[in-house]
Design a protein around this ligand. Sequence first.
Ligand code: E4P
Length: 219
Amino acid sequence: MKFFIDTANLAEIQEAYDLGVLDGVTTNPSLMAKEGITGEDQIRAHYKAICDIVDDKVSAEVISTDFEGMIREGKELAKIDDKIVVKIPMIKEGVKAIKHLHSEGIRTNCTLIFSAGQAILAAKAGATYVSPFIGRLDDISFDGLELIEQIVHIYQTYGFSTEVLAASIRHTMHLIKCAEIGADVATCPLKVITGLLNHPLTDKGLAQFLADHAKAAGK
Ligand code: E4P
């Protein structure tokens, strides 16, 4: 299973990278705005800075919602770095744009996926990734993890090469369940990745080991 970090914050990306477990980054317009990144030049420079930290995929989202605009933006984003994956929303024009970008060899991540039907469409259009949003489904009392399970099953049944990128992950149990279900990738905030480190018995055990060592050493 691959781990992506879901942020546009360079310090957080660096911290996850330094841990040695990071496979990529996802961003969205809200995350870029949170970092105060606006304007074409600043956005390009920020994506380049992200690509310079990580070894692999960086999802960069288009703002346009019309076919021509998405193609133009997608091509511009793809030129920034080989690691860029163009993030396209799950709308009618988006499906057409995914198909077109795929035919030109540009990787895409179809975002805002909330149903299995949408995931089938994106895969048929040639999306490299689909991003079903678990947390936002849970927020409205739909089981986000059930959707991941459904999509994994459908893709396996038909041999779709599109990868299931579980998104909108809110806590470590989401991440662990996604691993059990067989999601190809999980994108999460830094606190979810580092949250996997924690167990009170680890802390207690380590404190005991160190105390016993100190006692034996006469400290
Ligand atoms: C995915 O690519 C999205 O950026 C993200 O996971 C959305 O998560 P949120 O629901 O926490 O905003």
